[in-house]
Design a protein around this ligand. Structure first.
Ligand code: ZN
Ligand code: ZN
Length: 628
């Protein structure tokens, strides 16, 4: 790969000329320098190239610029070094490359690099590190292969840098190649190299390879442990992350706050609630109780897994409420449809902290879930005028959701068309969903067209449009969409629901008979069927191609996965216990109606988190107000 050899714009023409000439204008030593600074005394020092200490003297000055990332004094030193004729000194040259590299003047660092002898690996490492940190990452990789061409041996600094570049590029092929070189050069058991390999494999989604690397290193340090735990967390293996945390603590290492935060974030799902609770206990036992960062991660976790009250208790116990903690709590209320609680917390927050763009995502989503149009517009506008926050895609999504759900589809469409940035699939998906709720065929078609451009492989979008056609009795449209899906080889995902009972997660597919308690579940389901019918439930006899779970045929509608999970919860928990179910797809209309009846008959609060939102069913009603 060719390196783009353009000069950075920061270099003035004087400076540029100087670099290629032996002359040095005096302007590089301004008299206004701080009289106490090292550089001032340096400037007054008589300049003499025959001073035997010059190299080490300048080397230490350059090092202090590197440590402070001070580019301006560094440039002055560079000019001076050139004047003294020390420009070709390899030690000073390497330091200068290092200086420009840490100060993010990579093009210039590279230019200098090209001019000096390349026999030492440290010089290469310095430049590779610059590219690994700041990109373009491809250059780091290309330099790495040049090292090999030069016949130099990469060392335990080269590998972590170049692997970092591989992580950034998700370049698994090159990553594996470099792993082989690590083994060949004998650095396999080095903890720094190991941690970099673990990180590279994790970022490329190869968590098993990461574990193999980890297992091969016998003397592990805390960085390596944390890398492996983060690898599990990033790849949605919260149970493994937690068990590694325990093992780490057992042998006397303490996880860092950052590690715990990643593990907690990975547990932010109903399906991972048992791990989430355990990690909560773990953090308390290991002295993280006073760590607000850990507590904020827990607030977020409890809110996301449906325990918004527990989240609030933790929130109240924070020593210092930072913006991030307010945000976690406000969005927690928002996502559960507790709009008024979210908004009153926001009012409280205004007096204590400065709201940021994430706060407004929480506030607007609360308005959206609460159907508060006037408030929504008001907050959207005040975000721009009072807080000078430019609306981002997420803010628009909340507004489109709010307007769309309330039936103001044209207003939502106009808002999308007036956006300063390109609308993403989330926005069009939200509009499409609203078109389904309000039966708007024309706009639904427009939205799907955009969605097909943005995510052609997502079957869910096609199904929603098909439902819109079906609702409007446009059977031709239904057939067209089906044909299109068939042509493109698209299949819908299989619906699945989870429920956690007594610290164990149970998963159910539609019509699932594989659970050991299956007989009991179906018996209770039958009993409830009779009761809800008596209470006035009429099965949805609407369009056949009706919902995203259409694969679960209409005659199987009664054994949809969420109902199995709910009934399992009912027969395995004490009366009055709240049930929490997660579903990987949208809840269908018929299930939504049936669960409302069930919540009344059994007098339970049933929470279903589907792919779009949370539904809190209670006393025969749902928090979503039947719009979702
Ligand atoms: Zn259903
Ligand atoms: Zn609902």
């Amino acid at each position: 790969m060719r390196f783009p050899l353009s000069f950075p714009t920061m270099l003035s023409s004087v400076w540029r000329r100087l670099l290629h000439s032996p002359y040095l204008p005096v302007i590089f030593f301004p008299c206004t320098a701080n009289p106490n600074s090292k550089f001032h005394s340096f400037a007054r020092k008589p300049i003499s190239s025959d001073n035997p200490n010059d190299t080490s003297y300048y080397s230490s000055l350059l090092q202090s610029c590197i440590n402070r990332k001070s580019i301006e004094p560094g440039k002055q030193l560079h000019a001076h070094i050139l004047l003294l004729g020390l420009g070709s000194d390899p030690i000073l040259g390497t330091k200068l490359v290092n200086l420009y590299s840490v100060c993010n003047s990579l093009p210039y660092a590279h230019l200098l690099f090209d001019k000096i002898p390349k026999g030492n690996i440290f010089l290469w490492n310095v430049l590779i590190r610059g590219y690994a940190w700041n990109g373009p990452h491809e250059v780091a990789l290309s330099l790495y292969y040049q090292i090999l061409d030069y016949g130099l041996k990469p060392d335990n600094f080269t590998f972590p840098f170049v692997l970092k570049a591989c992580s950034a590029l998700s370049a698994i092929r090159e990553g594996r190649d470099i792993h082989e070189h690590v083994v060949q050069t004998g650095w396999e058991s080095d903890v720094f190299v190991g941690a970099a390999l673990v990180d590279m494999y994790a970022k490329c989604g190869c968590v098993n390879n990461a574990r193999e690397v980890f297992d091969r290193i016998s003397s592990r340090d805390v960085v390596l442990w944390n890398s492996m735990i983060a690898a599990y967390s990033q790849n949605s293996h919260p149970a493994e992350a937690l068990s590694l945390c325990r093992e780490m603590a057992r042998i006397g290492f303490r996880p860092t706050t950052a590690t715990l935060v990643t593990v907690i974030s990975a547990s932010s799902d109903v399906a991972a609630l048992p791990q989430g609770r355990e990690i909560h206990g773990f953090s308390w036992r290991h002295g993280f109780e006073s760590q607000d960062k850990v507590k904020t991660a827990l607030i977020d976790m409890y809110a996301k897994s449906g325990w918004v009250r527990v989240a609030r208790v933790l929130f109240e116990r924070l020593a210092e409420k930072r913006v991030i903690s307010w945000n976690a709590m406000i969005s927690g209320y928002g996502m559960h449809g507790h709009a008024s609680k979210a908004l009153s917390l926001f009012e409280e927050m205004k007096a204590a902290a400065q709201p940021d763009h994430i706060t407004f995502v929480g506030v607007l989503s609360a308005c959206s879930h609460g159907g508060l149009i006037d408030e929504g517009w008001c907050y959207f506008n005040s975000m721009v005028t009072h807080y000078s926050i430019k609306p981002a895609v997420q803010h628009y999504t909340c507004m489109v959701d709010l307007l769309g759900h309330s039936g103001r589809l044209d207003e939502a469409y106009d808002l999308i068309m007036g956006m300063a940035m390109n609308p993403d699939s989330g926005i069009w998906g939200s509009l499409l969903n609203s078109c389904k709720i309000h039966g708007n065929v024309e706009l639904g078609e427009k939205a799907l067209q955009r969605l097909i451009d943005l995510e052609p492989e997502d079957a869910g979008n096609y199904v929603i449009l098909s439902n819109i056609y079906a609702q409007a009795g446009k059977w031709e449209g239904v057939a067209d969409v089906r044909k299109l899906m068939k042509e493109r080889g698209l299949k819908k995902s299989i619906a699945c629901s989870w429920i956690e009972v007594k610290n164990k997660v149970h998963a159910f597919l539609a019509g699932d008979v594989s659970h050991p308690q299956s007989d009991g579940i179906y018996a209770e389901l039958e009993r409830l069927r009779g009761l809800v019918k008596e209470a006035g439930y009429v099965p949805d006899t609407g369009p056949v191609f009706h919902d995203v779970d259409n694969d679960e045929k209409m005659n199987m509608v009664w054994s949809h996965s969420e109902r199995l999970a709910i009934v399992f919860g009912l027969i395995n928990t004490a009366p009055g216990t709240r049930l929490l179910v997660t579903k990987n797809l949208r809840v269908c209309d018929d299930c939504h109606t049936a669960i409302k009846f069930i919540s009344k008959i059994v007098d339970r609060e049933i929470i279903v988190r589907d792919v779009n939102r949370y539904h809190h069913f209670r006393h025969g009603a749902c928090s979503c107000g039947d719009y979702w």
